[in-house]
Design a protein around this ligand. Structure first.
Ligand SMILES: [Zn+2]
Length: 229
């Protein structure tokens, strides 16, 4: 393991020798919260250090990003579509996630599966929510969507394909309810106007009168839910 200090921040890098690699490659392993350096055999220590030095700015930037990531397994509470839940574990029940009143139960599982199970659950919640809300909005304007697709995009909140598929990031269920509703209104409006013309925004406003504030919220605070894994 190589450990570096950049601007007083410790950085861990795991070197991996690959017989077939031709050059050094740095990667960030989000799950393990560390870096890996893939390299060909017989690279001198001096070359490795020179390579890492060249990428110091990138390493530093990624490391500060890492420390902002919150791990689901450490969360004690979760607000889903505006309803807040206390997370509790029940080791005697079978593997799974279910809500009971204001408690979100996680059934008997290993520590490392918690995030995976919670994300699976949140995707199902997202699918149900966006199906219901899109149907409601479509009915108001006599529009139809083809299907709802739930994604794990951290750069796009939603999209609308020319075939009428509405896609949403599951992470939206962790934003305030009105924000998730705004993104839904936005994508449904694209079923009529495939652009961001004044006519498009007029339709969005009809479905979601306070859309400007919600759009701003997403721009300013969206990263808080993007960082959850
Ligand atoms: Zn759009």
């Amino acid at each position: 393991m190589i450990s570096l200090m950049i601007n007083e921040i410790p950085i861990l890098i795991e070197p991996k020798v690959h017989l077939r690699s031709r050059s050094m490659t740095l990667r960030l392993n989000l799950r393990r919260k560390m870096f890996t350096l893939t390299m060909p055999p017989f690279v001198s220590q001096k070359k490795v250090m020179a390579f890492l030095e060249k990428h110091e700015a990138w390493l530093y930037h990624q490391q500060t990003r890492l420390s902002e990531i919150s791990d689901f397994s450490l969360e004690k509470n979760l607000t889903i579509l505006g309803i807040s839940y206390e997370i509790r574990r029940d080791l005697l029940r079978k593997k799974g996630v279910w809500a009971e009143d204001s408690i979100l139960w996680i059934g008997g599982t290993r520590e490392e599966d918690i995030s995976i199970l919670l994300i699976k659950y949140l995707k199902e919640v997202a699918h149900a929510f966006f199906t219901k809300t899109s149907t409601l909005y479509c009915t108001q304007f006599g529009l139809n969507f083809e299907r709802i697709s739930i994604r794990d995009s951290s750069t796009r909140w939603g999209s609308c394909s020319s075939r009428g598929t509405l896609s949403f990031s599951w992470r939206l269920v962790l934003t305030p309810l009105s924000v998730a509703q705004y993104v839904c209104a936005h994508e449904v409006s694209h079923l009529r106007h495939m652009d961001h013309s004044p006519l498009f925004w007029k339709l969005v406003e009809e479905l979601c009168p306070q859309y400007k504030v919600l759009r701003k919220w997403l721009k300013q605070n969206g990263h808080t839910v993007v960082n959850i894994r």
